[in-house]
Design a protein around this ligand. Structure first.
Ligand SMILES: [Zn+2]
Length: 410
């Protein structure tokens, strides 16, 4: 006799899923319908149909009033919080309402707002995790994209902005990050006062217009009350800052300057490696990129030995590296005058080399000498946030700390 394996009937499965969903989150005016595991359009996922409660009328998304039905739009998918690592998709064909006040409008849905593809619950879920992990780690862990995580954080920041106390902000840090493989930028503005560090604002792109819209939101009064601003040497930012908060001491932070030098070294190294290869010389420069870019104290022991080896050669890359390391001393000065003298000496020395990418950085530093020395004028009087600058770790921590006083309570 053949013994049939005990399988769970699909209806039982469905009941289980519905029970869980109803327990986790009831959707007022709607019911969970058919639920099934699906493998047809990618990795195994859980699909759940949504239906309006029988005889319920749709609410207008414009004004929230109930209105007579107009028509039904094609089915849309909404991403819910994953269960057991499975992507959960709610499927629903939104109705349109013929609203007496707003005209024909799509109905309001309790689980998502506007054109959002993520459910509100999932957005908050991602935004909360984004305080603990980097955005890409969150995307990977919860099977979504970097962009969706960014949208979720943006939603949390928007929400916070509406519930935000902006009194007494003295120091701002402005930074840009690249996304979509470097083709796009976001501008991030942080409060970096000693008593409060948080992400205040996110804008798409890094144009003058972007930062201007920040200052418009922030308001002229608060802008005039700022004491310190910290940013990179990005021209559109410099112009807008000079215009909107001229009284604030503008500081160019150490992190960004080192980043410019590292880029220059990278260029020199790549070119030199090519030249050496063309001349058929031994490939001393292959796999040396990190040796030259990392601080010596961060190298592992074998890397340290390789660096010592490399330094015996009189290579352009090595000379550039030594110049970068020498500039580290600059930050140890206390008096702006002495720091300035050291900087001038370093610049003159670098200009006598033939290291073109380094000379380009020198020109930039010389053009903004005063802003650089502001770092010393600000040291001691302002938040450690600015003085530490934006090292990557600090940036990540601050980016996660977009918590607003009221956010936790929410
Ligand atoms: Zn309406």
């Amino acid at each position: 006799m053949v013994v049939a394996k005990r399988t769970i009937a699909p209806e039982e499965n469905e009941m289980l899923i519905k029970t869980i969903l109803n327990r986790l989150q009831k959707q007022p005016g709607f019911v969970y319908g058919k639920a099934w595991l699906d493998e047809e359009d990618g990795p195994l996922n859980l699909k759940v149909e949504m239906h309006p409660r029988a005889n319920s009328r749709a609410h207008c998304s414009g004004c929230g009033q109930r209105g007579p039905g107009y028509d039904t739009l094609p089915q849309r998918r909404f991403e819910f919080v994953p269960l057991w690592g499975l992507k959960v998709l709610l499927l629903y064909a939104p109705r349109r309402v013929n609203c007496p006040t707003c005209g024909v409008r799509v109905e309001a849905l309790p689980w998502a707002s506007g054109k959002q593809h993520l459910t509100t619950t999932f957005s908050w879920f991602l935004a909360r995790w984004a305080k603990r992990l980097s955005w890409s780690e969150v995307a990977e862990a919860f099977q979504t994209t970097w962009e969706q995580v960014f949208r979720a954080v943006e939603m949390a920041v928007d929400w916070g902005r509406a519930h935000l106390d902006l009194e007494g902000i003295q120091s701002l840090g402005i930074d840009e990050i690249q996304w979509r493989r470097g083709h796009q930028y976001l501008t991030l503005v942080y409060q970096i006062d000693a008593h409060c560090k948080r992400l205040l604002w996110i804008g798409e792109e890094r144009k003058a217009k972007t930062l201007k819209s920040f200052f418009e939101w922030f308001g002229p009064e608060r802008s005039k009350a700022l004491s310190f601003l910290c940013s990179d040497l990005w021209k559109p930012y410099l112009q807008v800052i000079a215009q909107k908060a001229a009284q604030a001491v503008h500081v160019l932070d150490r992190f960004h300057i080192v980043a410019h030098l590292s880029k220059a070294i990278d260029k020199i190294r790549a070119q030199e490696a090519k030249d050496l290869k063309a001349k058929g010389r031994e490939p001393v420069l292959t796999k040396t990129r990190w040796l030259l870019l990392k601080r010596p104290e961060n190298l592992t022991e074998p890397q340290g030995t390789r660096l010592a080896d490399l330094l015996r050669y009189n290579l352009r890359s090595v000379r550039a590296y030594l110049l970068k390391e020498e500039l580290q001393l600059f930050w140890d000065y206390v008096s702006p005058a002495w720091a300035g003298r050291f900087l001038d000496g370093w610049c003159a020395k670098t200009m006598r080399t033939r290291l073109e990418p380094m000379k380009k950085v020198v020109k930039m530093l010389r053009a903004h000498r005063e802003l650089l020395l502001n770092w010393f004028r600000a040291k001691g009087t302002i938040s450690s946030g600015i003085v530490e600058g934006f090292n990557n770790k600090a940036k990540l921590t601050t980016r996660r700390a977009y918590g607003f006083r009221t956010y936790r309570a929410a």
